[in-house]
Write a protein that binds this ligand. Structure first.
Ligand SMILES: C=CC1=C(C)c2cc3[nH]c(cc4nc(cc5[nH]c(cc1n2)c(C)c5CCC(=O)O)C(CCC(=O)O)=C4C)c(C)c3C=C
Ligand SMILES: [Fe+2]
Length: 390
């Protein structure tokens, strides 16, 4: 049987139905221990009026604060308003607990194009991503002016949150694209066990975690002096929808699969090591003189030691969008990574991976997003975008 997977039961988790605080120095949904489900949406702003956009962001903030605490989106709720009017909540979360819902907002480069007088406020770190080797991006599922990441332990709760924000935004924003995700592929806290991606490997072992306070300051949060003050305490988010060639992968030998990542599939230990959290030894060589962790292995190329210490807080999800009509699963990883400056973190890492990662034979990047996620909200008088639009 699964001898490698046996062991003590995982430590009892905090209840997955509880609420996560909405207010704080940083937005919830970044270092918050990754929930199991995702609904991610990217909007285009359709109104040309700055004041209308600001009003909508204020309405969104009120609704988001309520929904994260398990309340209806509006004060009348799904069934408490006038019978002649559409309800101010859509109703599918009635009777469900908050389920750890977090709602995180980000502003894309296109929001700073001059329509709303924000040109001078565009952070240098929000520079358009360069073209990477071998990517195959679809414009209609990439980019966008504003993104919202809703994470929860119940998919109905995440979908309800996005749906109600889209409803409130009617006439001011339109949905450009959205993505459902299940099965977090990253742990963001040492209290969490490491989950597996759809290739069957533990994913998130060497991730930035909420306990790494000094590293988070250095690698995750924008700090005073980095760029415009409105981003102080915020973070930059990169999304990549990465389709996996599942059927080809499933016909690849275990040894090749392990060579590709540079880790073993059962335990998640670096090749040459024994335990999941052992440090990889990139200098180790086998009896035949070849490196134990191949020169084109994913973990070698992505490791901070290959990028001057640069790291990411990964927060991605598995996705399956049905099948593609040719009998293949339309499945992969919806990669989400937060960082202090994508020009120093995501960009050089992905340049290297795009060029040489042996995983490339089995994956294809099909969508891309880049967003500046502002700092957290202070209290009920605060709103998403206050620091930007002030
Ligand atoms: C540009 C950043 C990265 C992309 C894109 C990416 C895609 C990708 N990764 C996996 C699976 C694994 N990745 C692992 C480690 C890892 N990956 C990145 C970055 C990107 N991955 C980093 C920075 C790291 C950490 C490297 C290190 O410090 O050791 C692992 C190993 C376990 C772990 O540490 O998480 C796996 C497995 C897939 C399947 C994928 C695209 C589909
Ligand atoms: Fe990776």
């Amino acid at each position: 049987t699964h001898a490698l997977l046996e062991g003590p039961p995982p430590a009892a988790a905090a209840s997955t139905s509880d609420p996560v605080p909405f207010y704080g120095e940083h937005q919830a949904g970044i270092v918050t221990p990754a929930q199991d489900r995702l609904h991610f949406v990217s909007f285009d702003v359709t109104t040309k009026k700055r004041a209308e956009l600001v009003d909508m962001l204020q309405e969104w903030t009120v609704a988001a604060a309520r929904m994260t605490q398990g309340k209806d989106a509006g004060t009348f709720g799904a069934v408490g308003g006038a019978i002649e009017a559409p309800p101010d909540d859509t109703g599918e979360a009635l009777g469900l607990p908050p389920s750890g819902l977090t709602i995180t907002i980000g502003f894309g480069p296109s929001l700073f194009d001059g329509r709303f007088g924000l040109g001078a406020k565009r952070p240098a770190a929000l520079a358009d991503l360069p073209k990477f080797p071998a990517e195959d991006l679809l414009a209609d599922i990439s980019g966008g002016d504003i993104c919202v990441q809703a994470c929860a332990h119940d998919p109905q709760i995440a979908v309800h949150a996005i749906r109600n924000l889209a409803r409130i935004g009617f006439g001011k924003v339109s949905v450009r694209w959205s993505q459902l995700g299940f099965g977090r592929t990253s742990s963001t806290s040492r209290a969490q066990s490491t989950a597996r991606n759809l290739m069957g490997f533990k994913d998130g072992t060497n991730n930035l975690k909420l306990e790494d306070a000094a590293l988070l300051r250095q690698q995750l949060w924008a700090a005073p002096g980095d760029g415009p003050a409105w981003m102080d305490g915020g973070s930059y988010m990169v999304t990549r929808k990465i389709r996996m060639n599942i059927e080809t992968w499933d016909r690849t030998s275990l040894s090749e699969q392990q060579q590709i990542f540079g880790r073993d599939k059962g335990e998640g230990a670096p090749l040459g090591g024994k335990h999941e959290f052992d440090e990889p030894d990139f200098a180790a060589k086998g009896a035949d003189g070849t490196p134990t962790i191949a020169v084109d292995a994913h973990v070698r190329l992505a490791h901070p030691s290959s990028h001057g210490g640069a790291r990411l807080l990964r927060r991605g999800y598995n996705y399956v969008d049905g099948s593609d009509g040719l009998g293949r699963l339309d499945a992969g990883l919806f990669f989400i990574a937060y960082q202090r400056d994508p020009r120093k973190q995501f960009v050089p890492i992905q340049m290297e991976l795009g060029r040489t990662d042996s995983l490339n034979e089995y994956i294809k990047h099909v969508s891309s997003g880049l967003f500046a996620c502002p700092p957290g909200l202070r209290d009920a008088g605060d709103y998403w975008g206050r620091t930007l639009f002030a």
